[in-house]
Design a protein around this ligand. Sequence first.
Ligand code: ADP
Ligand code: ZN
Length: 731
Amino acid sequence: MTDPDFFPAGSLVAVLTTQPLDRTLDYKAPEGGCWLGAFVEVPLGPRKVLGVVWGAGRGDFDISKVRPINRVLDVAPMRSEMRSFLEKAAAYTLTSLPGMLRLATRAPGLSDPPSMRKIYRLGEGVPDRETDARRRVMDTLREYGGLGFTLKEVSELAGVTSSVVKGLVKQGVVLEVDTPRDQPFRQMDPDFGPKELTDDQRAASDRVTEGIAEERYGTSLLRGVTGSGKTEVYLEAVAECIKSGRQALVLIPEIALTAEFLTRVEARFGAKPAEWHSGVSMTERRRIWRMVGQGGAQVVIGARSALFLPYQNLGLIVVDEEHDTSYKQDDGVLYNARDMAVLRASLCGARVVLASATPSLESWANADAGKYDRVELTSRFGPAVLPDMRAIDMRNEDLPSAQWISPTLQSEVRARLEKGEQSLLFINRRGYAPVTICRACGHQVGCDHCDARMVEHRFQKRLLCHQCGESKPMPEACPSCQVEGKLAPVGPGVERLAEEAQMHFPEARLAVLSSDLFGSARALKEGIQQIAQGGADVIIGTQLVAKGHNFPLLTLVGVIDADLGLQGSDLRAAERTFQLMRQVAGRAGRSERKGTALMQTFQPEHPVIRAILSGDEEGFWQAEANERRAAGVPPYGRMAGIVLSSSDIQQVFDVGNILARNDGPLRAVGAQVFGPAPAPISRVRGRHRVRLLVKADKSAPIQQALAQWIAPIKLKGDLRLSVDIDPQSFY
Ligand code: ADP
Ligand code: ZN
């Protein structure tokens, strides 16, 4: 019998490459044949490119010109479930398949032969002379049984120079062997360090482990306030995966979180998991990619792109802080890792756990509709209790201009300082001041390339564009009227707030936590750790602090501007403000001491502010859901954002108008088009941006209609068109 998944030498196969072509290419199977899904190197013009055997050849190309595959790579073939994941994800996001394959092969040197390195282990020989140093080497190697070490590792462990080890190699006492550089990860032990769960937690963990051993798909929305033990609960699901020989992936939103988190996972399972994010070295990426593919990595902790690794037997995907907006990739392939996790899991019979204290309305609605299993943890673990939440009505506070910390908040901070407790002042704005204005002519300093104001970063003594990253020194004279010495900051950023805090609390030790004040992710991690251990009395922070960090000494959170997120027209403004405020407030009182969260607001009667303060989360979600349902917007309707951009403003509007006039394919599925209109940020990096918005029923087959609609558009010049299905931000 012949296996339909095997292609004997010389037969025609279709190969999907990572090159931007809109089809697969035919090649001849190499000597020895190849399997469906094999990673291969194929000739393309003068180059060699990476590809995957995607099926039988199409046979629509002159057979005499079809070239053979150069070679099959020494990595695990792509599984059929991964191929259908890429196909479905491509269709959903309207991305080309090669684009998806690029996401799935983001590791360097995949086509290189596995490289080798030398390792050292104990041999049979006896040394001619026993010195102290030599004995230490032998003892060290004996102590670790048959384990092998690199030269550097043995020398360090034994406290000897490498020449001592080399000397023992010559006498056969120590063996030097070549082994592949890409080593499997250490075995994880599901029973290494389990915690005793509360009844509540046990019940939750039973639900989120359901189906893992039986390879049955299911999604749980695990909801519980910060500190209720969500992490402990989903680590039980990870344990279940390890026990049943399946792999687990935990997605987390913020690189800064991984240090603390990895230590925790190690304490639970006795070994470090694989760690996948942009800060991981290239060799380590390759190792992880290979090991995940051959089952040498049981648990991966990673950023959203870890979803595209070639798991061999994926049993669980956890999406921690599932509401976090960073799960939506907003350039290149526009996908939402939370939604793609559900797709991927449904194809391989895995469980998804979406964990959050403040779920997205999308997930809340899916649970409400019975698509997700809703699992609740109702109280904090241990003695900690939820913070008191109160508004500070700014209409009644007496504040001099250019100050933002109200007298009420000041005295609360002072009370904490006296007791040796920490306070956090939260403002969601990086830099010193959001606007720089000329007092002579009223000009506001803007970016030369974008429709955005430049933000002063006093710490770096520069103006920065938060859209394109352009920066320039703070000018002496107004760029518009040339008058000197009249440029003045308007409004507060985190750096300016720190200045004010310094003035009010001169004896206090201040720490500013903002992403651009730390040179590297590592420096940031260290900074956070120091603060958590009591290295500061008052923390001034941006939303960086809202995400999961543990500050046990913190008992007061002051939100400087609770109204900030409520401005603007984003349909998720209320949801975002609600989530952010709840998360920030959740930083207070995480250990024995009760916390207080105070929100400065000019509109304490605003429904969102009231919902935040009253803690009536269910009420908030219901009300928000009703409004969105009535408006037919996500999650109760579908949306797609189309952005046209070009250096030629006429061209973007012309093409936008052509699209708007020819909306037949959209009308056929009941979808409506709005626009073209200048995008909220109408120029970025010198490119003009025009946006169209498509709205449809939730059930409308919108992707096909969109594809038909945009197909006739020819991208002339530097015109670009991007389609964002389920847009999260509307810039
Ligand atoms: P969440 O993920 O909901 O914020 P965590 O799982 O991080 O909550 O739990 C908060 C803290 O309480 C952590 O330090 C955790 O180790 C501890 N904790 C939670 N549940 C237990 C338990 N059953 N036994 C011991 N410690 C626990
Ligand atoms: Zn700019």
